[in-house]
Write a protein that binds this ligand. Structure first.
Ligand code: ADP
Ligand code: MG
Length: 344
């Protein structure tokens, strides 16, 4: 009698379940490993300073589509998404490494364009490219960027530091990057059916820009320094507000109330959501790739952010028993659902 080996589909665990499963037997052995898996970046102690490390992989056909993503933008974005994780620790990005796997479909000229974008990000954020790896791939392009940052040990901010009564803050605006992607996907379908038709994207420049050229909020971390504010917890908004507030709630052992009225949404995103018959707040909660910061502050620090541009108070941290809720403009309370991700 033969016993079939167990075969569990990776989709049964989901992204976070899979990460937990794969990394469950890796206890931290080194005193210098201050924070391992589970935050926006790992933290390694060097005296009173800490080194902060984050890595992300982008795969053609899954994370980007070269039909509408210029290689230069792709290079820029691949760097930015990693710098965003460093900023989410309240640290300053300093260096990156870039590893690429390429098929022979890519010419030197094409890779030059990719690196033009990487260079533009290095120039703008003042980070140094210090290494990487280049290898071949049977098909398509994969880019893996690792970002290294630095912060004073007592200034780093984790996902688990929120306290009951803390104010929930959001930078910039949410939902636009997702709507930008919907437009690009729509234009791609039109183009596939009617080659030669040139899309007119003049009216949607803001939201398309948010999808193709996101920025990391290094400026916000600098402002925190200037006004002497240390958030109690922080995460970057890469997967949508719903998913990120859940991370903060889970790791801080709390619940939260988000007010729809307090969630910043750009007018162009509002308009486009309605055109796609989507609720703008749903785009903010479940869209992704805005790379804004979600953070909590002690209410006694409210004065410090009151007059700062692009920082909005959107709610309050509650007891875990109160759940994670959205108060709509109409005054109704809804449960916010943890948004899973499905890439496989
Ligand atoms: P983010 O959305 O901030 O980029 P992720 O959700 O990708 O973070 O990752 C969550 C945590 O799990 C991070 O600490 C990351 O370093 C870690 N992680 C993700 N994938 C793996 C893996 N394959 N092996 C070990 N650690 C991983
Ligand atoms: Mg992150």
């Amino acid at each position: 009698m033969s016993t079939e080996p167990t075969r569990t589909d990776v989709n049964t665990l989901g992204e976070f379940g899979l990460i937990d499963h794969l990394t469950r037997n890796f206890p931290l052995r080194q005193i210098s490993s201050v924070k391992g898996i589970g935050d926006d970046a790992a933290v390694i102690e060097n005296g009173s300073f800490c080194t902060v490390v984050s890595t992300d992989m982008l795969v053609e056909g899954i994370h980007f589509d070269l039909a509408y993503t210029p290689l230069k933008h792709l290079g820029y974005k691949a760097v930015v998404v990693n710098l965003s994780d460093i900023c989410a620790m309240n640290a300053m990005p300093k260096q990156i490494t870039v590893s690429i796997a390429i098929s022979n479909r890519f010419s030197v000229e094409a890779l030059d364009e990719l690196y033009d974008g990487i260079r533009a990000a290095c120039d703008f954020y003042e980070v140094d490219l210090v290494g990487g790896d280049t290898t071949s791939s049977p098909k398509g392009l994969t880019i893996c960027v690792t970002a290294i940052g630095q912060g004073e040990k007592d200034q780093l901010v984790y996902r688990n530091g929120a306290k009951k009564g803390d104010l929930i803050c959001i930078t910039g605006d949410l939902g636009a990057a997702y709507l930008g992607l919907q437009i690009l996907e729509r234009e791609k379908r039109i183009w596939q059916e009617h080659p030669g038709v040139q899309p007119d994207l003049q009216q949607q420049q803001y939201i398309i820009g948010r999808q193709l050229k996101p920025e990391a909020r290094k400026d916000v971390v600098e402002i925190f320094r200037k006004v002497g504010l240390k958030p109690t917890s922080m995460i970057d908004i890469s997967d949508g507000l719903a998913s990120e507030i859940f991370h903060i709630c889970k790791q801080s052992g709390l619940g939260a109330l988000i007010e729809e009225d307090g969630v910043p949404i750009h007018p162009e995103a509002q308009m486009m959501a309605l055109q796609f018959k989507l609720d703008p707040i749903t785009c903010a909660l479940s869209g992704g790739e805005d790379y804004e910061l979600l953070f909590t502050i002690d209410p006694s620090d409210a004065e410090k952010i009151k007059f700062l541009p692009e920082i909005y108070i959107a709610g309050e941290m509650l007891d875990a028993a109160d759940g994670v809720k959205l108060q709509t403009k109409g005054g109704n309370l809804h449960d916010i659902k943890a948004q899973g991700w499905k890439h496989f």
